[in-house]
Design a binder for this molecule. Sequence first.
Ligand SMILES: *Cc1c(COP(=O)(O)O)cnc(C)c1O
Length: 234
Amino acid sequence: MDTIEKRLQAVKSRIERAAQAAGRDPRDIVLVAVSKTFPPAAVRAAHAAGQRDFGENHAQEAAAKFDALADLALAWHFIGPLQSNKTRLVAERCAWVHSIDRLKIAERLSAQRPAALPPLQACVQVNVSGEASKSGVPPDEAAGLARAVAALPRLRLRGLMAIPEPTDDVALQRRRFESLRALKERLVAAGLPLDTLSMGMSDDLEAAVAAGATMVRVGSAIFGARPRAARAAG
Ligand SMILES: *Cc1c(COP(=O)(O)O)cnc(C)c1O
């Protein structure tokens, strides 16, 4: 069996075991294969093994990959920092954006989403790690941003995303993910129809699934190790 296919199976088994341990249905957890830094051939191998959802975090690299793989029916997830001059690409080519942290970016995505496509599925990125991280809105600003995003016509607000600081401390991983889930539950109680928690990566997906993740974003465990600089950029 192909290495990528084997690793993909291993990641699916991890998700299944974590779900079962938490009394959850593994089918409620979508695996997004994060293909950043890997060539189109790696995506083709994962596609041949049945994978359909893929994540990219860098617009320029993503644009080349979208073109090279245009013959495949893939669902692209944009999971990286977004600048104003890169929103059109995401609006036109992606099914999901996980990294909304400013209203201005969300407004551009909504305005640029082609009428022929369904609304762009969107998550607000929250900084659950305080000073240990810079990306995402502070938790106390998430409700305001989520409400504004929910009002945009061509975006469909689905939930929250977080990238906690890397740590081997499983209890800390768990606390960060639980805090995102608690925040989502507060927003749901306040009337926002959220059904998605995008959290968990190669090294902490078990903790994320235990805490209620409905999407895990997994790169290196499927495609192999990335060069150091690219890892830091994630
Ligand atoms: C790179 C990246 C991932 C995947 O990280 P791995 O540790 O390789 O699984 C997940 N989410 C985001 C936002 C990333 O940039």
